[in-house]
Design a protein around this ligand. Sequence first.
Ligand code: BYC
Length: 323
Amino acid sequence: MSAPTLDRPAAPDERALQEHFDATIAADKRIEPRDWMPEGYRTGLIRQIAQHAHSEIIGMQPEGDWLLAAPSLRRKAILLAKVQDEAGHGMYLYSAAETLGADRADLTDKLIERKQKYSSIFNYPTLTFADVGVIGWLVDGAAICNQVPLCRSSYGPYARAMIRVCKEESFHQRQGFELLMTMMRGTEAQRAMVQDAVDRWWWPSLMMFGPPDVDSPNSAQSMAWGVKRHGNDELRQRFVDMTVPQAAVLGVTLPDPELALDPATGRYRFGPIDWSELKAVIAGNGPCNDERIARRRAARDGNAWVTEAATVYAAKRTQEHAS
Ligand code: BYC
C-alpha cells in the first residue's frame, strides 16, 4: 500500500473551473458565493440585482407620497406595511449583491449618479389614492410574473431572496385589488378615479418587462446562465393573460382597443407598445426621474451622519473585542 501523500492537489486551472461551472448550470444546480464563476456572470448579476434593489428602494416613493393622506387608519396601516416591505426587499437584494463583491454604498452612489438603472415604472406620479390600488394590482402583479421564475435563478442568494420577496408581493397585489374593488363598489366618482388610474398605469406596466426580446441585449446570455428563466416577451404575455380576466372582475376597461383573446392560442393579443416612451423614461426623461433621484440623494446626504456614527461605533467595538 502506498503512503498517503501530504501534497495538496494542484489548483484547478481556469478551464476546469469553467467546466465545473458549466456542468452546475447544465444540471440546474445553484451557484453559491464561494464558487468560481465567470466574470461576466458576476458582473451581469450585480447589474441586474442592483437594478432590482434600486427599484425597490425608489419604488417606496410614489406610494410613500400617500402615507400622510391615506383615507383611513386601516388604509394607512396597510400602506405603511407595504412600503416597509419594499425597503426590506431592497435590503435583501443589496445583501445578495454584496455576496458578489459589490459594495452597498457604491451601488447607491451609482444609482444617484445615474450610472445604474431602476425600473421605469417608478418615474410616473401617483395622482390619486386609486393609484395606490393600481400599483398594487398592476405593478406588483407584473413584479410577481417577473419574479416568481427568479426564485429558480441559478445564483443561490438571489433565488432565495426572491422566495420571500414573492410571498410579500402576493400580499401587495391582493391589497391593491381589494382597495380597487372597494372603490369600484363606491361612488361614481370613485369608479372614475380607478378607471383613470388604470388608463395611466396600464402601458407603463407592460413596459416593466423590458424591451422586446429582439432588442434585449442581456436576455440571451442571462437565460443561458439560468439567471433569467424566460424572455421579456413571454413574461409580458403571461401578465396580460393573468390580468385581463381580473380587469373584468373589477369592472374596469383596459385602455387597449386591440386587446382580444386569440382562440387558437388561448392567449390575449394586445396592441403595439410605444417603445420610444420606455427609452425616454430609461434615459432619465420620464415625468418624475429628477424628483426620485433628488429625494434619494437627499436621503443619502442627510443621513450620512448616521452611517458615520455607526461605522465609528462598529470599529470601536471591534477594537474592544480584539484587546
Ligand atoms: N426599466 O437587456 P434587457 C417592484 C434596462 S420592483 C428600466 O432586457 P435585462 C416593486 C435593462 O436594465 C420591480 N430599465 O435587460 C417595488 C438594461 O440596461 P442595463 C423591479 C430597464 O436585465 C416597489 C436595458 O434596459 N423588478 O416590483 O435582461 C413597489 C436592456 O434590457 C427596463 C426587477 O428589477 C425597465 N422597465 O431585463 C412595487 C426584476 N427594462 O442594465 C413593486 C429583475 C429593461 O444593461 N430584473 N431595462 O444598463 C429583471 O427581470 C430584468 O433586469 C428586466 C430587464 C426584465 C427588468
